[in-house]
Design a binder for this molecule. Structure first.
Ligand code: NDP
Length: 276
């Protein structure tokens, strides 16, 4: 069984991106907007800053109190949109309940939307392709490509239909000529779909959700989930049983997570290259 090492792939990508950054006229700049201080968000932001340093991107965190009003946040974003020294803007999720994530995502200029959450970037993905793809789906596709896993003609079963993972990965897999099934909480007989798949992508958010009886022998399993279980970080896959039956599996931590951060860096370099 091949344990797909997302960390090693991410490191190799940083190396390539650092060379691309050297060719740019000025250092790319990424602004990370943080509203309130969530412990989990802090850890994610630290990871992004570290990755940016490895690539040569200047990452700046702009921190705002939980009480910030939506209009104030939109004003901040509008100023960053106009600032020609800023190449990429992300808003660290989740946001407090009074702030609308959809409206905030739409406020970021498309060309600086390095998370790939802007409705126009997602819409373009539906029609053909977009310059700034959402990071987790892009990371999964990059991982499969770098592992030499061809998607043409393969049956890819995705569990989860969120706007940031499930739906866009379905579109990307379709573009890569896979036959795609999207499952969700209302899917009947889920295991009948997953058992037929060559590749199962799980993005549900429930620890140990996918068990070995749900996959066929030799399936490739991509675990997107991030869950805390007894103080440990685990994915959506029951690792012990699935690893006995799958031919390849992404671990948690160390699989899709590092690739998501790597793709944020990749998108920032794309945005900077375009702007410059
Ligand atoms: P959402 O909560 O937005 O979506 C979860 C999806 O799972 C929904 O479509 C839901 O169905 C489906 N689902 C829930 N329960 C079941 C069930 N019993 N059977 C089948 N489907 C079910 O989550 P996200 O897509 O944002 O994230 C999913 C997981 O991936 C989380 O653990 C998150 O932390 C992680 N994540 C990891 C990233 C990484 O970089 N590794 C990046 C982003 C997310 P329905 O639509 O019907 O409610």
């Amino acid at each position: 069984m091949n344990i797909i090492d997302g960390r090693a792939h991410a490191q190799a990508i940083y190396h390539d991106l650092a060379q691309q950054v050297q060719q740019l006229k000025r250092q790319p700049k990424l602004v990370i907007i943080q509203v309130a201080n969530h412990q989990a968000s802090e850890a994610y932001i630290r990871g992004k800053i570290k990755a940016a340093e490895a690539v040569g991107i200047y990452a700046e965190v702009q921190n705002f109190p939980e009480s910030i009003e939506q209009n104030q946040l939109l004003t901040v974003i509008a100023q960053l949109n106009e600032d020609r020294t800023v190449d990429g803007i992300i808003v660290q999720l989740p946001l407090p309940g009074h702030l609308d994530e959809f409206i905030v995502a739409r406020a970021i200029k498309r060309s600086k939307d390095v998370d790939g959450f802007h409705p126009e970037n997602l819409g373009e993905l539906l029609i053909h392709e977009t310059l700034l793809e959402p990071c987790t789906p892009k990371g999964i596709m990059t991982l499969l490509e770098r592992e030499g896993i061809e998607l043409t003609g393969k049956h890819v079963c995705i569990i989860g239909r969120s706007n940031i993972v499930g739906k866009p990965i379905a579109l990307l897999a379709l573009q890569a000529n896979a036959t795609v099934t999207i499952c969700h909480s209302r899917t009947n007989n889920l295991h009948q779909h997953t058992q037929q798949a060559d590749i199962v992508i799980v993005a549900v958010g429930i620890a140990n959700f996918l068990t070995d009886d749900m996959i066929r022998t030799g399936a490739i399993v991509i675990d997107v989930g991030i869950n805390r279980l007894n103080g440990k970080l685990v994915g959506d896959v029951d690792y012990d049983s699935v690893s006995q039956k799958a031919s390849a599996l992404t671990p948690v931590p160390g699989g899709v997570g590092p690739m998501t951060v790597a793709m944020l860096m990749s998108n920032t370099v794309v945005a900077a290259t375009n702007q410059q």
